[in-house]
Structure formats: structure tokens, C-alpha cells
Design a protein around this ligand. Sequence first.
Ligand code: SF4
Ligand code: SF4
Length: 478
Amino acid sequence: MGKPTGFMEFERKNKKEIDVLTRIENFNDFHIPFDLKTQQEQASRCMNCGVPFCQSAMKVNNRNVGCPLSNLIPEWNHLIYLGLFEEAYKRLEKTAPFPEFTGNVCPALCEACCSCSINKESVSIRANELFLIEKAYENGWIKPKKDIKRNNKKVCVIGSGPSGLSAAKKLNDNGFSVTVYEKNDRFGGLLMYGIPNMKVEKKIVERRINLLKEEGITFINNTKIGVDITMDELNEKYDEIVFACGTSFARPLQVKNNDAKGIVYAVDFLTKTTKNLLDGKEFEYNLKDKNVIIVGGGDTANDCCGTAAREKAKSITELEITKEPPLENTLPWPNYPNKKKTDYGVLEANTLMNHDIRRYETTIDEVVKEGDKLVGVYIKKVKFVNDGGKMKLVDVENTREYLPCDYLIIAMGFIGTTTEDLNNYKLDSINNRVKLNNFKYNDKISVCGDMKNGQSLVVIAIKDGIDCAQQIIDKYTN
Ligand code: SF4
Ligand code: SF4
């Protein structure tokens, strides 16, 4: 199978990107797709390994290795190489419910453990996946399933993010009548409002929601469970209830003056910015000519950097509590690499600011306000030390430094579900995490995705939604 010498003949190519200073003039996707010949050459690099680690969906040292969806990667790589794109798409859709999401935002766990990456560069798997799904839409190969045999069971899914949508799709495909409730005006959860438009364009999310609607799923927006519709009503109306509400409780900044006007949580900042953009309104958080500090070093912080660059902030600084990662990977294949990476948003902010905006082993010591308004912060250096087998964060003496700051964006991760939401949902919890036995809260209520696992990857949330749905399907078919 495949082109036996493809991996020797062709170097890996990455998709070209629109240059930084041009692309930060708007919020559009900035990747330039491969031409067809390049796409097929890239697919031909796949060696069709006897043991394809790329699709292994396993854990090594408690870290995910290989595609969590077990996508049939070598098969569709081969078919792309042969130019049999529709057949390739048919293999892709067997395991991947939303390749247009993962093809845009997945960190490509598959590529990190691709055999080609042992001594060279991996196959461009994610680009191949995105190529296939877009080709499928373009050619009308994706048809809404209309011939679903219904089983007279009603399910409601609370939340329309990745896990809610994958659970809803799987249940709908298997004959359940599914209603999805969403608290926001637009559907998609994190995909709609938590990830900026340049990373996943919202028309892509809407295209999939429309398809799911055509397949028979009912979507209801602007509805808070426990407020606009009670749990008793849901219990009465549905045979099964699936909670897939993500993690809404952001880790707070616990320093003096943390109530200053100008401190904003990343999730609120990104949500409002995308909403304003889609509604054609002025940005509520207008960062133009402002000093912006972002606390956190993950994907969300990176998205905030890219957004701040687009809004033309005067200064952008990112504070990371961890040590600067090594420049060379320290973990052996097939682990996901441990090395310093500069993602798109940080790259854009670096380019705009003309220096690396990241400050490692640094955090906020105190917020300074005038009246109720944020005007600056004191930062300090910190380090993790081993304290009797446990890692403890300690201050480094005499490192306090003042930085002017108009907006302080907190991207320090999430604790779980907010107490208010848990009360509305009438769910018991420990430390803001719902008490569960696997997916089950009780015989009728299931929980999946980030709400069950804590903050994780879109691809893992999608897989979790599928597994949660399967458990419900099994209940009615065994
Ligand atoms: S979903 Fe992610 S891990 Fe799986 S094939 Fe696609 S890019 Fe790779
Ligand atoms: S590990 Fe890489 S080379 Fe091997 S089958 Fe998967 S994509 Fe192809």
C-alpha cells in the first residue's frame, strides 16, 4: 500500500501561512491549503506501518499517545495518495464525527507518535484530515442522514460544545430523539465562543450544526437549565439526560485588589470578542493602545495573545508560572514532545512587540488600582521546589517589579463547574466536580467531556461524548 518510497522522496511540508503583520488585520483563518499535488505527495509519506502508532489511542506514562478517536490514518493517507478522495473520506467518517474541528484545532497527538518522526518529520496527518473533510463538503459527499429508524426514546443534551455535539450525533444516529440545550445565543460551546475565529472559523461550526439539524436533532438556545427550564421538567420530558457543560469555573487570581476593573477572565474575553465580531459590534474589551498582561501559558493564553495582537494592544506580556521549556525535546518517541513551542498567537504578539513576550517562572504579586480601575501590577519571580516529595511554589526574593497594565487577562485554567450551575442542575459534587460512576450520575443522568474529566482537548471531549452515548445506547439495546 501507499507509495513505498514516499517518505524518502518527499520532505514534510507545513501549510503556508499569511504573514503575521497582514493576518493580524483581521480574524480570518490564515492558513493556505496545499495544492492537490503537494497534498497527495504529503499523504504518500505515510509508510503504512505494521503497527500504526498514529491511531493507537493509548496512554504512555499517563499521557495520550496516538489519535484518541483511533482514526484510520494509514488507510486514508493511502487513498489520498491514490487520488481516491471520496473513498478516503468514507474511511475518515467512520471514526471522526467532526474532522473539520479536529483538523483545525487538534494538537495532532497522531503526528507526535508517527513513525516518520523517529528520525525525521511526521506525516502531515492533521492537514490530510482537514483536506478530506473540506473536499467532502465541497463535493457534496456529506449528506444528512434522513433514514434513521427512531426508537421512541428521548434524550436531552445540555451543552453544545464538542462532547455535547458528539454525544448528540451518536445518539441521533442510533435512533434516539435528541434535543440539545445551549445557554448562549449561538451553538458550538467552546468551538463557537472559546476559540477565536482565526483558529476555527465560526461558519465551519455553523455548517455542522445545520447538518445536525437536518439530521433531526433539535437545538434550543438561550436556555439555562434550572433557570429557564427546571430539572423536574427535563426529568418528565426525557428518558435520558446528558450533561456536557464543559468547565465554567475559571481558576481565580488570589491577590490583593483582584476586583479591579480591567481584570477579565480569558473565557469571558474570548467569548465577548467573538460575539462582538460576529454581531458586527464594537469590541467590549477594546485593547487598542492598551497595556495588556495575560496570565497563563496554555492554548487559551495563546489565543488571547493572538486576539490582543489583532486589537493592536500597545504592549502584550504573557506570564507563565512554569520554567521555560527546553529548546530541544527531552521526551523520547512516542511521547508528545516536551520542548518550547511558539504557537500562532504568541508568534503574532512577539512580532508586533518585537521581542519574546513570555516571562517564565513569573506571576502576579499584587494588583494596583486607582479608584476601582486597574492601572498596573507588581509581578514576582517564583520557582517550584521539592518539599518532602511534593512540589511547592516559592517566591524568589527581591524580584518584585511594577508593570503598567490596563487589561489583565486571566487564563489560568479551570477548576470545574461553578457552584451556581451545580445548584441549578441539582447535582451533588466534590470540589466543583460532579460525583460520578464512570459517565453515570444516576440511572437517568450522564455527564461527559470536560465537565467529567476537567479541562482537556477537543478531540478527547469528542471521544468522551461518543463513549457516553454508547453507554446509553447499550442500555436500551442489551
Ligand atoms: S483527531 Fe487529532 S489526533 Fe486524531 S487524526 Fe485528527 S489530528 Fe490526529
Ligand atoms: S505512524 Fe505515520 S507513517 Fe506509520 S502509518 Fe501512521 S501516519 Fe503512516
